[in-house]
Ligand binder design. Structure first.
Ligand code: NAD
Length: 353
């Protein structure tokens, strides 16, 4: 990989290679853009097949965080850290050494919990740095606010597609009934929506059937249902060349990260099929809004107010896509880049950690 060329192309400000012998640690912190505020991005610990794969992951995910924060209208930038290690070899000493690296950036990078990092690990890291979120018990976790954001995103998609605010009687297929999916089902049921659900865990589908009268389907049957909205709330990569031909729902709006198998190819396939796709990092920004509010001192009212921006932002994205004949994914990126460049010229968003 031509490092500086790649970084210039992707627009990163700084890449930090963290190395220590005792304890043994190899980590990469990628800071993509701090025009709107300190770079926020969780830390992932993973046994990458190569150092290049680790770097690519950090570069790609940190850029995604910049767009996510910009679309969510919060004064934060994008970052991401990866620790190259086998989860079995994770030690408190390693996490504390990593915490010292984070601390040395003096608040330019603020991190939290991602793959193979537990809430307990976050507490360990926080012994060395205050620039870590997810330690506070006050917010009660991100799922309630994420699911509210997804619900508001569904409302925006319905409004755009059918110029209607009526949700009652619509049919929604929810894939995955974990922390977010279950909460989302509650919102949808409260608004008279008929639910179709799937999960690989039968206890979860049974619970939602009993609570909300949902129709339970097998995991492989969720794609082809004749419903109004498909809400993926389980895995990434589920919108791909095998599943898109099966879809009947005219709207996709769900919480799962990285829903598109391939961003360009599959977002275009959805357009060609006449499906309105709500970009995942816009509709699921409630989690980021939650941790941002933890960072500045948690105020539940303020956090829930900010999540309502998701509705307006998605409507703006749908309109840009329609007017310019581009995918909603490209429209989201365009909106984010406009917000960043206007912050760069005015500097009114600049905040310190
Ligand atoms: P979770 O682990 O609590 O729930 C995921 C659920 O999906 C589980 O019940 C699991 O059994 C089910 N599942 C797994 N494979 C499945 C399959 N093939 N078909 C149907 N169900 C399947 O996760 P969560 O916190 O509810 O998050 C859901 C998604 O939203 C994830 O992609 C996550 O990255 C994303 N997300 C979550 C938040 C948040 O606040 N928790 C924020 C942003 C994005």
């Amino acid at each position: 990989m031509l490092l500086f060329e790649t970084v210039r192309e992707m627009g990163h400000e700084q890449i930090v290679f963290c190395h220590g012998k005792n304890p043994d640690i190899k980590a990469i912190i990628a800071i993509h853009d701090t025009s709107l505020g300190p770079a926020m991005g969780a830390t992932r610990l993973f046994p990458y097949v190569s150092e290049e794969a680790a770097l690519k992951d950090a570069l790609r995910l940190s850029r995604g965080m910049t767009y996510k924060a910009a679309c969510a209208n919060i004064p934060a930038g994008g970052g991401k850290a990866v620790i190259i290690a086998n989860p079995e070899n994770k030690t408190d000493e390693m996490l504390r050494a990593y915490g010292r690296f984070v601390n040395s950036l003096n608040g330019r990078f603020i991190t939290g919990q991602d793959v193979n990092i537990t809430p307990q690990d976050v507490r360990t890291i926080s012994k060395e740095t205050k620039y870590v979120v997810g330690v506070s018990e006050k917010s009660g976790g991100p799922a309630p606010i994420t699911s509210l954001g997804v619900f508001l995103g569904i409302k925006a998609a319905v409004e755009f597609r059918w110029q209607s605010q009526k949700l009652e009687g619509l049919k929604v297929a929810v894939q995955g009934l974990g922390n977010v999916g279950k909460n989302l089902c509650w919102h949808l049921h409260e608004h008279g929506i008929k639910l179709f659900v799937s999960d690989v865990n039968p206890a979860k589908t049974e619970e939602i059937r009993q609570l909300f009268g949902a129709t339970v389907v097998e995991p492989e049957d969720i794609y082809s249902l004749d419903v109004d909205i498909f809400a993926p709330c389980a895995l990434g990569g589920i919108l791909n060349s095998e599943t898109i031909p099966l879809l009947q729902a005219p709207i996709i709006a769900g919480a799962a990260n990285n829903q598109l198998g391939h961003e360009q190819i599959h977002s275009q396939m959805l357009v060609d099929k006449g499906i309105l796709y709500s970009p995942d990092y816009v509709i699921n920004a409630g989690g980021l809004i939650n941790v941002y509010n933890e960072m500045i001192g948690y105020d539940e009212e303020k956090a829930f107010k900010q999540v309502h921006n998701i509705y307006d932002t998605l409507l703006a994205i749908f309109n840009i896509a329609k007017q310019e004949g581009i995918t909603t994914n490209d429209a989201a990126q365009k909106l984010a880049e406009e917000r960043i460049s206007s912050a760069k010229s005015s500097e009114i968003y600049q905040v310190s950690a």
